[in-house]
Design a protein around this ligand. Structure first.
Ligand code: BDR
Ligand code: CA
Length: 323
């Protein structure tokens, strides 16, 4: 595999785990080019309490002790949508029972942890939200100058030039809190948006995960176990035994940005009416342009995911030995 970076990026993943969130988090832990500093949880695929518990379990599974801070339990303004249990399973990990992590959440709430860590390591941390943007909007409310301290955001969300996945026009993360997303896109910071325009083009099949079970039996086996549920969901929707690699694509956009093509576009989000949750490229809205991913080398992104995750157990052993 060609690795195009020799330095390490520090990231915090804001997440609603969720099957593809679990893939993204294990990918990030398995990639020596990333230092995962913390996770923050949010509602979306599951309730926030489940998301926090699942995030703690993923951290433990990866042999790490980084903090997990609980985030928002409901959207900024709108009535909450139901969790996507039909996509991710009742507990978020397909048919697996609820995990029982030993560690407790960090005492800080997500926005407080994000503010403190981004200020302590000013200009060094990449935020990678892969759920609704509620915590990130709350961070802007709590700490209005925070944008100057965040290196950049790499966000999974939106469907700018393609149809949505929860309505004809809306992608799930944006639809679950459109007001928060609009607040985040209005702020003056560097954003790469990895939306459905590209993530729907990156797919894997069950055999890919069975391969990971061979090379990395513990973490790869876990990913294979949970993904069968996710592939069943996609089969019911698209008629093929595949799954879309939404959240891992955002992590790969941190390490291998040149696998994507970007177009600059200021963004706004429709916050009411029939098109609620739609992400619109609006050249007249006067906002700082977002780098919206418009193209992707799908085969390369898929290969990066599989090559890196094949090392997941090895990386975990190294992490435990070093602690
Ligand atoms: C996004 O919505 C969630 O279901 C997935 O985890 C991903 O973050 C895809 O639209
Ligand atoms: Ca997610």
């Amino acid at each position: 595999m060609s690795v195009n970076k020799d330095k390490t990026d520090k990231i915090i993943i804001d997440t609603d785990p969720g099957i593809d969130d679990a893939m993204a988090i294990h990918l990030a832990f398995a990639d020596a080019r990333l230092e995962v500093l913390a996770l923050t949880s949010v509602f979306g695929n599951v309730f926030t309490e489940q998301a926090t518990r699942n995030a703690l379990a993923l951290v433990e599974h990866a042999g790490s002790t980084i903090p997990v801070a609980a985030g928002a339990a409901r959207p900024r303004s709108q009535t909450p949508n139901a969790p996507s249990h039909y996509v991710h399973g009742k507990e978020g990990f397909g048919n697996l029972p609820a995990p029982r992590p030993k560690a407790q959440p960090d005492p800080r709430e997500a926005p407080q942890l994000l503010s403190q860590m981004c200020r302590q390591q000013s200009g060094e941390i990449i935020l990678c939200p892969v759920g609704p943007l509620t915590n990130i909007a709350a961070l802007l409310d709590a700490d209005p100058d925070i944008a100057a301290h965040v290196k950049k955001l790499v966000i999974m969300g939106g469907a700018v030039w393609c149809p949505g996945n929860v309505t004809n026009v809306a992608e799930a993360n944006i639809w679950n809190d459109p007001h928060a997303a609009d607040r985040v896109f209005a702020a003056d910071w560097d954003i790469d948006l990895i939306g459905l325009d590209v993530t729907q083009k990156v797919t894997c099949v069950q055999d890919d995960f069975e391969g990971l079970r061979q090379t990395s039996p513990d973490i790869g086996g876990f990913l294979a176990d949970i993904t069968s549920f996710y592939i069943d969901f996609y089969h019911s929707v698209v008629g093929q035994h595949v799954c879309m690699m939404h959240d891992p694509s955002a992590v790969i956009a941190v390490t291998d940005r040149d696998a994507f093509e970007f177009r600059e576009a200021p963004l706004r989000v429709v916050c009411e009416g029939d098109e609620i949750g739609r992400t619109i490229a609006d050249m007249q809205c006067g906002r700082r342009p977002v780098n919206v991913a418009a193209g992707v080398d799908s085969a390369r992104v898929r290969k990066i995911f599989l090559d890196i995750c094949a090392q997941a157990d090895t990386m975990r052993s190294r992490r435990i030995a070093a602690s």
